[in-house]
Design a protein around this ligand. Structure first.
Ligand SMILES: Nc1nc2c(ncn2[C@@H]2O[C@H](COP(=O)(O)OP(=O)(O)OP(=O)(O)O)[C@@H](O)[C@H]2O)c(=O)[nH]1
Ligand SMILES: [Mg+2]
Length: 351
């Protein structure tokens, strides 16, 4: 009996222990599960929140992308238009005229107007009287283009072509002392305009004409008083102060036909030497006014009654234009266009 009772009480203890452990395990499991569930719930909430925020950010970014895409499309359209405008602007060009001032000086009847007319209206052989007042005319000498030379006024990034027209502005004065004042004023105003127009250090071209026939008889009083007038003194003063500059001094011995007829059998070179010996002292007041290499001389025959015998006028024209063409188009181009200098420079050491 006791043995049985002890056995029962041992079994009961085992059952109680098993039950206790089971209940404890269940409680622990339940508590752990609850904690894990809460943790998962929190994590879930946080993830859901993060997802919400990311969705909102995505929506914003999608909106921004749409706006940027639209803006890019608009800009592409503007760029297309701008490219078309640039193309049109760069296709436009600027036309500019540049003038080389040329002053034709000399006493009465030496042939100043004959020279100017041969350049300006070579077909005109009608008789004309003495020139009564200062006149000028424009003579085209050379046209060329410089691509991409100038910024367009509407868009300075667009470069346009410049079409240049090089011309001579030739002044014909009456061969009287009174007209010399007007020649001096013209020299100054033309130099100012030339510097403004070309923005280059260019000067005027002076053509001093003589009647070559006087080389035999000696310079007449009209010739000596014309070149002894204040003209050269005034010109030299202005040169000294930089107000004017002589680009080229061309001494023209006109009426070669008369000289040759008076001294038959002489060569052109001999006749030229004679002219230089006779006329160089008259030009003495101009000495030092410009570099010797800028001084040259040539014969001309401009008799309006014998147009087929006319000679030399085109040589003077080329030399009057050479400086401007060289400065604007370059030395090589000037040589190509005007060609060889056919004048001589025998007089320059005398001046
Ligand atoms: N024989 C000859 N006559 C010429 C020559 N050149 C000009 N003449 C003549 O000389 C005269 C005067 O010529 P112009 O050209 O009027 O002389 P200018 O220097 O303009 O004279 P002004 O206007 O009075 O100062 C005209 O009858 C011309 O036909 C030439 O080379 N030979
Ligand atoms: Mg004249």
């Amino acid at each position: 009996m006791n043995i049985l009772a002890e056995a029962d009480s041992g079994a009961a203890e085992v059952v109680a222990a098993v039950l206790g452990a089971t209940i404890t395990g269940l409680i622990t499991w339940a508590v752990t599960r609850k904690t894990a569930t809460a943790q998962l719930h929190r994590e879930n909430e946080s993830l859901a929140d993060s997802l919400r925020k990311k969705r909102a950010a995505l929506t914003e970014k999608t909106k921004a992308l749409g706006a940027a895409t639209k803006e890019a499309d608009d800009l592409r359209a503007v760029a297309k238009k701008y490219a078309a405008v640039r193309k049109a602007l760069s296709a436009s060009s600027v036309v500019r005229d540049y003038h080389q001032p040329v002053l034709v000086l000399g006493p009465r009847h030496v042939g100043k107007t004959s020279l100017v007319t041969q350049w300006h209206a070579p077909w005109d052989h009608t008789a004309f009287g003495s020139t009564q007042k200062h006149r000028f005319c424009t003579i085209p000498v050379y046209d060329f283009s410089r691509p991409d030379a100038l910024p367009h006024f509407a868009d300075s990034e667009v470069m346009t072509t410049e079409h240049l027209h090089l011309k001579l502005r030739v002044h014909d004065f009456p061969g009287e002392l009174d007209a010399q004042k007007s020649a001096v004023v013209t020299a100054r105003t033309e130099t100012d305009q030339l510097r403004r127009e070309t923005k280059k250090d260019l000067g005027i071209v002076l053509i001093c004409m003589f009647d070559a026939g006087e080389a035999v008889s000696g310079a007449n009083s009209q010739t000596t008083s014309y070149y002894n007038g204040e003209l050269f003194a005034n010109l030299k003063t202005m040169m000294g102060s930089g107000q004017i500059r002589i680009e080229r001094l061309i001494i023209v011995f006109n009426k070669y036909d008369i000289l040759a007829a008076k001294l038959p059998g002489r060569t052109t070179r001999e006749l030229l030497k004679l002219c230089i010996d006779r006329f160089a002292p008259i030009l003495e007041p101009l000495s030092g006014a410009c570099n010797q290499e800028r001084i040259c001389e040539t014969f001309t025959n401009l008799d309006r009654d014998k147009p087929l015998d006319n000679q030399g006028g085109s040589i003077v024209l080329g030399e009057a234009a050479r400086g401007l063409v060289e400065k604007m188009a370059g030395r090589d181009e000037a040589e190509r266009v005007i060609g060889e200098d056919l004048t001589t420079t025998f007089i320059s050491p005398h001046l």
